[in-house]
Design a binder for this molecule. Structure first.
Ligand SMILES: Cc1cc2nc3c(=O)[nH]c(=O)nc-3n(C[C@H](O)[C@H](O)[C@H](O)COP(=O)(O)O)c2cc1C
Length: 205
C-alpha cells in the first residue's frame, strides 16, 4: 500500500473509533443517570408514606445552604402530595462529623410530622463499624421511624448522652453524627414546614 493510502486508512479507522467511543460514552452516561434515578426513587419510597399521587422525585426544590455542612451549598427536598395537599417530604441531611468523612442522608417526614424513615445515601465510614448506618448492613437506622418531629426533645440523643437512642456498637462517633444531623434537619423542618411544600420545583440536572 502506498503511504498516502495507508494514511487515509489510518485516519478513517481513527475517526470510526472516536465515533464509537462517543456513542458508548453517551449510552453509559444515560444508563448511569437512569440507575441513579431508579435508586433515588427506591430510597424515597422507603422514607415516604405510601399515600401520594405525584412523583416526589420530580417534585424537587433546592434549599440554599451557603457554606453548608460537608461542603454542600444547596440540598434537595422532595415533596409528596395527595390531591395537591402535603403528604410528606424528604429532606437531604449532611452529617459533617462522621468518623471518616461527611455522611449524606435522606430524612422522610409524613404530613403528621412523624419521621417515616431515614436512610444513608453516601458515606465512607469503616466497614464492620460505622457502616452499620447503612440499612443494608444493620437495622440501626430504622430506629428513627415513627418518631415525632415535634418540639426539641432531650430524648433525641444517644443513651450515653442522656437520650434514648442505642448506638452502633464500636461506632459512637458515627452514631452521634447521624443522630445530630437528623435532629438538626427536623428542627429545620419544624420551622419551615409550609415554606418547604411551597418552594418552586426545579428540574433534575
Ligand atoms: C481503624 C479504626 C476505625 C474506626 N472506625 C470507626 C467508625 O467508622 N465509626 C466510629 O464511630 N468509630 C470508629 N472507630 C472507633 C472510634 O475510635 C471510637 O473508639 C468509637 O467511636 C467508640 O467511641 P467510645 O470510645 O467513645 O465508645 C474506629 C477505630 C479504629 C481504630
Amino acid at each position: 500500500m502506498n503511504p498516502g493510502r495507508a494514511l487515509t486508512v489510518l485516519v478513517v479507522v481513527a475517526m470510526l473509533a472516536a465515533l464509537l467511543l462517543a456513542a458508548l460514552d453517551a449510552t453509559t452516561r444515560d444508563r448511569i443517570a437512569r440507575n441513579q434515578a431508579q435508586q433515588l426513587m427506591a430510597t424515597l419510597q422507603a422514607v415516604l408514606p405510601t399515600d401520594y399521587d405525584n412523583e416526589p422525585h420530580l417534585d424537587r426544590a433546592m434549599i440554599a445552604v451557603p457554606d453548608g455542612p460537608g461542603g454542600a451549598d444547596a440540598l434537595p427536598v422532595y415533596r409528596a402530595r395527595l390531591g395537591d395537599e402535603p403528604a410528606g417530604l424528604v429532606l437531604t441531611a449532611v452529617a459533617p462529623d462522621g468518623y471518616v468523612d461527611a455522611i449524606r442522608l435522606l430524612v422522610g417526614v409524613g404530613a403528621d410530622d412523624r419521621v417515616v424513615g431515614v436512610r444513608v445515601i453516601a458515606h465512607t465510614e469503616t466497614p464492620g463499624l460505622g457502616d452499620g448506618i447503612d440499612a443494608a448492613r444493620s437495622d440501626w437506622i430504622l430506629a428513627f421511624a415513627g418518631r415525632e418531629a415535634g418540639a426539641a426533645d432531650p430524648a433525641w440523643a444517644l443513651r450515653r448522652d442522656g437520650g434514648d437512642f442505642d448506638q452502633l456498637s464500636g461506632a459512637t462517633v458515627t452514631s452521634r453524627a447521624v443522630l445530630n444531623a437528623v435532629r438538626r434537619t427536623l428542627d429545620y423542618y419544624r420551622m419551615n414546614r409550609e415554606a418547604l411544600y411551597a418552594l418552586p420545583s426545579v428540574d433534575m440536572d
